[in-house]
Design a protein around this ligand. Structure first.
Ligand SMILES: [Zn+2]
Ligand SMILES: [Zn+2]
Length: 272
């Protein structure tokens, strides 16, 4: 059984096809997914998925790329995070990829927003779902300054260097790999994945984007996450079942789900 640790099922590409997506997930043995929130405005739709289906969970947060949307306060995020089946704060972080002519200095609002999320995570003891693009140093600095080690979380859709992975791991964070791991031009990322211990790896689709090979270019959905697992298994030279099990256990551990507690859920010894 596989877990998709990061998907956007409330986005228009997927929102009207939930039953179809769920059938595809069942056929592909993908039994759980974390539905990620990107704006306060979107939260109700993301949360509704987690309330309606017992194998979906929700996050609460405002994506660094979300502009022209309501700006969250720490109190706003705490209120959302305390609702049932909300298991993470995010996605949050920094993205300097699309500066649209602005300097990094002018992106102070993103850094402030990120700090607000870390403070909400600390206040609720929930892990962070971190998005970082072209901004790894500032991302690590803010996490360090705000004491994010206390709650941990995941660097999602990881595309950074081994050095950044090391720093994230040292801070207690997990690393999540997406379909990018399967792309022909991602040899360097596969080298990074070789270095990240399996007991700190998660897998995700980030659907509807970034469909893995052999579906690259199509609308992604959680039923494609086994292709990411298969790629990771090839990198780790282990059976795909070992990747499925480890990433599922890691998901349970990280998001400390209270529903369906499993004895020994964090016992990685069993995976050897
Ligand atoms: Zn992201
Ligand atoms: Zn995302």
């Amino acid at each position: 059984m596989y877990v998709d640790s990061h998907c956007h099922l409330s986005f228009p590409e997927l929102a009207s096809r939930i039953e179809e997506v769920r059938a595809a997930m069942a056929a592909a043995r993908v039994d759980r997914a974390l539905c990620i929130c990107t704006t306060l405005e979107e939260f109700a739709a993301v949360h509704a998925l987690a309330l309606r289906y017992d194998n979906f969970w929700a996050s609460a947060g405002v994506h660094p790329d979300s502009e022209g949307v309501a700006e969250p306060t720490v109190a706003d995020l705490i209120t959302l995070a305390r609702q049932a089946r909300v298991v993470a704060i995010g996605e949050t972080g920094l993205d300097y990829y699309r500066l649209d002519g602005r300097s990094v200095g002018e992106m102070r609002w993103q850094r402030e927003r990120f700090r607000v999320h870390v403070r909400a995570a600390l206040a609720t003891a929930l892990p962070l779902v971190v998005h970082t693009r072209n901004a790894s140093l500032d991302t690590l600095t803010i996490l360090r300054e705000e004491g994010a080690r206390e709650v941990g979380g995941v660097f999602h859709c990881f595309t950074e260097t081994a050095e950044v992975a090391r720093a994230a791991l040292d801070m207690g964070f997990h690393i999540s790999f997406s379909g990018i791991l399967t792309f022909r031009n991602a040899a360097e990322l596969r080298d990074v994945a070789r270095f990240v211990p399996l007991d700190r790896c998660l897998i995700e689709t980030d659907s509807p984007y970034l469909a893995p090979v052999p579906h690259r270019g199509r609308t992604n959905n959680p039923s494609y996450v086994p292709f990411v697992a298969a790629q990771l298994a090839e990198i780790k030279q282990c059976p795909v079942e070992a990747v499925a099990q480890a990433t599922s256990v890691n998901f349970e551990c990280l998001f400390k789900r209270t529903a369906e507690p499993r004895a020994g859920a964090c016992d990685h010894e069993k995976l050897d």
